[in-house]
Design a protein around this ligand. Structure first.
Ligand SMILES: *[C@@H]1O[C@H](CO)[C@@H](O)[C@H](O)[C@H]1NC(C)=O
Ligand SMILES: *[C@@H]1O[C@H](CO)[C@@H](O)[C@H](O)[C@H]1NC(C)=O
Length: 410
């Protein structure tokens, strides 16, 4: 095993990795000990009793309800082949690829166009590090280490020669080696032995071979568009859809996402079969004023053909005076307008700590009723049974898969 990983690491360092053969569908779904530990952490309640009663029930894929967010990035390097398989093994029914483009306009899986310095080993490969938008600068007495490396800085083949690693960096680093890992401590570098970077076409092949569904996200470009003078946002959005058509994937299994309303409306108009499954990742909720605008916009969005809203978890939940987690005004408005709701991302915050909850993006609106990790399934249950979400993105899909199996969400 060790020799094999050394071999993989060595070959990746010199050349693009050879395509491995297709692996058969994952059928032996494993959720591991974490869901059981989370149930154990709960205070006594009817929900705890329901969830505990499922402990010996066989686990299957949750065909839609459990979405793997970037693979399994609580532990695995995100957007790697290994992360995708981890998500599938944990029973996710839908796998995600965040899509960004390279200098030769190929689509690859990366959470943002310019995160290669923290999610790959690019800074350790001098000839590629030299191509970064901002090459590595060591920390000094008064400034943190910096670097900025974008998929659009390098070619598709160069991208595939990189190793994926846990998204992390050390601001105090004085060398590129030191820069590679800087926590948080509840993530891990355990699987950082050169995980395999993948392009969008390979992601389609893997997900198809597993018999699962697709949710590609068109990442907002961090370079000026049109890129290279003529690569427009519409060409980019169309290229994403075209790769499904070329692979013969029916639109019914593809859930394209974007934070840009214009991308959603482009797909609704230019590719209606894909557009009716487009997922609008709603960035407006990040400010109080934007939240109100979003709440007021639901019917208008529906009339323009939008069908699925996907705000972050905090935007869907509220704390009631008697300590319950209840639907927010956003959740109610979306439902009333006939819109479906998907949300993100469970297990992204690390431990649920009451003292820190207010400052924690995903749970800020329910900070008053958070007591610890025993609340993880209270959050999932409020989303599933009170808000009525169709699916939940998670950094560790096992948690949602266990809930979905237990309580019959598909
Ligand atoms: C885009 O511009 C490049 C030069 O930057 C040119 O080689 C290419 O043919 C152009 N493509 C289209 C579709 O116009
Ligand atoms: C949250 O609940 C409080 C108290 O009921 C209410 O005043 C407030 O408008 C709610 N906020 C949202 C965003 O639903």
């Amino acid at each position: 095993m060790h020799a094999l990983s050394l071999l993989v690491a060595a070959s990746v360092a010199v050349a693009a990795p050879a395509r491995k053969p297709q692996t058969p569908a994952v059928t032996n779904i494993q959720v591991g000990p974490r869901p059981f530990w989370l149930v154990d952490q709960m205070e006594d309640s009817p929900l705890k009793t329901e969830l505990a009663a499922c402990s010996e029930k066989p686990i299957r894929h949750a065909p839609f309800f459990s979405i793997s967010h970037r693979g399994g990035p609580l532990q695995f390097p995100e957007h790697s082949r290994e992360g995708l398989y981890a998500g599938a093994r944990m029973g996710a029914g839908v796998l995600e690829c965040d899509v960004a483009f390279t200098s030769d306009r190929q689509l690859v899986c990366r959470h943002s166009q310019c995160d290669l310095h923290t999610t790959t080993n690019i800074l350790l490969i001098p000839e590629l590090a030299a191509k970064c938008t901002t090459p590595f600068e060591p920390a000094t007495a008064d400034s943190s280490a910096t670097a900025k490396c974008c998929t659009s800085d390098i070619t598709h083949d160069e991208f595939l020669s990189l190793c994926a690693k846990m998204d992390s960096s050390n601001p105090d680093a004085t060398t590129a080696e030191e820069y590679q890992y800087g926590g948080p401590e509840w993530r891990t570098a355990l699987y950082d032995n050169c995980a395999t970077t993948i392009d969008h076409k390979t992601y389609i092949e893997i997900t198809q071979s597993l018999g699962l569904q697709f949710t590609p996200e068109l990442k907002t470009p961090e370079v000026e568009m049109p890129f290279q003078g003529n690569y427009t946002q519409e060409i980019y959005a169309q290229q994403l859809i075209d790769e499904y058509k070329a692979a013969g994937i029916p639109s019914s299994r593809v859930w394209p996402q974007s934070f840009l309303e214009d991308d959603i409306l482009y797909w609704v108009q230019a590719e209606p079969a894909f557009g009716k499954q487009a997922v609008y990742l709603d960035p407006r909720v990040d400010t109080a004023a934007g939240y109100e605008v979003a709440v007021a916009s639901m019917t208008d969005l529906y009339n323009q053909g939008v069908r699925i809203m996907a705000p972050p978890i905090f935007a869907l939940l509220n704390a009631s005076a008697d300590g319950e987690i209840v639907p927010s005004s956003y959740a109610t408005a979306a439902k009333n307008a006939g819109l479906d709701i998907i949300t993100w991302s469970l297990e992204r915050s690390g431990p649920l700590e009451p003292a820190a909850a207010e400052g924690e993006y995903y749970i800020s609106t329910i900070a008053d009723v958070i007591t610890g990790d025993g609340d993880m399934y209270r959050i999932v249950d409020a989303l599933a049974r009170k808000v009525g979400v169709k699916a939940i993105f998670s950094d560790w899909p096992a948690t949602v898969t266990y809930y979905a199996n237990c309580l019959g969400f598909h």
